[in-house]
Design a protein around this ligand. Structure first.
Ligand code: MN
Ligand code: MN
Length: 421
């Protein structure tokens, strides 16, 4: 009982921070049992919303404390926005010899209709088997290194080694594979341009082999019954194999008589200068203007320093699928009809903002907040609240906000993208 009482006080104390010091003296009484009793006997009637929240009933205290802006919402929140967060930690992890895979699709996060994501780990030598699919695949390497293979529309071979920060993009129907390299394989994130897409419903080499009549398969390959005796049956998906040899050797072997593909399915981000850099952080935009292959998916890789803010903005033309790579933050999504909701995010979370809804992302932690903004489009696009107001006649804006000219002049004149506190 004593513990519960302490916890309910902690929720209230979190609320005090929002009220400011002037209000604190009046509200602080709730911390003392005696004051609570006297408040109850008072004839004063309180109405309206409050930050003085207690929760004596059953609740998941770990989740509550990890989600302070959901547990005690800002007074500006009014709810009514479809849930826009799903942690990969709650997804089923399919595990294999050779690695694991987990996904966030429209099944896990119903609002995420435009895009889906997969988080995958491959051991050194672990293979995500040869396959293709009905959606396009965008990827970023999060840890370690992997060898990727594909063929282009002319059947020419593409083989590359990718490491942390590298991207790749495989268009719909282009067959490919991924294999973890030494010493500890790889972990990466895949993003698909279809919220319904499941990584578990792809066209696999092992499926083709298993579900084609054996005599047809032999005829197709020109193999004898005897030569094909050891051929594997059943789905592989992810499996363990030896670490591959040198890249140049694999490239030469795969090229054959056709030669290597001139098409570049991968993209290196680590040598690029940020698209925008301010005191508060930086953003690197990668879309089809720079990464030519990526014709259906655009990305912004955002770093927000502690205390800084990814400014209030919206995207005119596409939903935003987010993946949080490090740090902690919060995002408010505003929707028509007086709706607003704030949710907290941490590394491994997926976030989602529907097309044209205003939002910001604030770093609430002590370390850099790094996340991806993904769009099902060939070009990145956004508008910020500040650039809108800065390029609207000042008298018109001042009349709306009831501010004087000096205050109006404080609004940034250009899009900052990331602001300091
Ligand atoms: Mn794939
Ligand atoms: Mn955004």
């Amino acid at each position: 009982m004593i513990k519960d009482e302490k916890d309910s006080k902690e929720i209230s104390r979190r609320g005090f921070l929002e009220l400011g010091s002037a209000a604190m003296a009046g509200v602080a009484g709730i911390l003392s049992v005696a004051d609570t009793a006297s408040a109850q006997s008072s004839e004063k009637v309180f109405t309206g919303r409050t930050t003085r929240i207690t929760d004596p009933g059953p609740t998941d205290k770990l989740l509550d404390s990890a989600n302070p802006d959901i547990s005690v919402p800002p007074l500006t929140d009014s709810g009514g926005v479809a849930t826009f967060k799903y942690p990969f930690s709650l997804s089923n992890r399919r595990t294999f010899e050779g690695g694991w895979s987990r996904e966030v699709t429209v099944r896990e996060l119903p609002v995420s209709k435009a895009m889906a994501g997969v988080n995958m780990r491959l051991t050194a030598g672990g293979i995500r088997e040869l396959h293709w699919h009905t959606a396009a695949e965008w990827a970023i390497m999060l840890y370690g290194s992997a060898r990727i293979t594909a063929i282009d529309n002319d059947g020419r071979s593409f083989v590359r080694d990718t490491s942390e920060g590298d991207l790749w993009y495989f268009p719909t129907g282009i067959p490919h594979s991924i294999q973890g390299l030494g010493s500890d394989g790889a972990e990466f994130l895949l993003v698909f341009d279809d919220g319904d897409f499941s990584e578990y419903a792809t066209v696999l080499l092992s499926d083709i082999v298993t579900h084609t009549p054996k005599e047809v398969l032999l005829k197709n390959f020109g193999m004898s019954q005897q030569a094909a005796q050891s051929m594997r049956q059943g789905e592989l998906f992810i499996f363990q194999a030896p670490v591959p040899g040198p890249l140049a050797q694999d490239q030469k072997l795969a090229a054959g008589n056709l030669g290597l593909s001139s098409y570049e399915f991968s993209f290196r981000t680590r040598d690029l200068t940020p698209t925008k850099k301010t005191k508060g952080g930086e953003v690197l935009i990668v879309d089809s203007t720079t990464f030519k292959a990526s014709t259906t998916i655009a990305a912004a890789i955002v770093t927000v320093h502690p205390g800084a803010l990814r400014e209030l903005h919206w995207h005119q033309h596409a939903d935003e699928w987010q993946y949080y790579m490090s740090g902690t933050g919060r995002m408010t999504v505003l929707a028509p009809g007086h709706r607003a909701r704030t949710m907290n995010f941490t590394a491994g979370d997926v976030g989602y903002v529907q097309q044209s809804l205003p939002h910001y992302v604030e770093n609430t932690g002590n370390s850099d907040l790094k996340f991806l903004e993904m769009f099902r489009t060939n070009r990145y696009q956004d508008l910020s609240l500040s650039e809108w107001l800065a390029h609207t006649p000042s008298e018109l804006v001042m009349a709306h906000l009831n501010i004087d000219k000096n205050t109006y002049e404080m609004i940034p004149k250009t899009k900052a993208v990331i602001l300091l506190e």
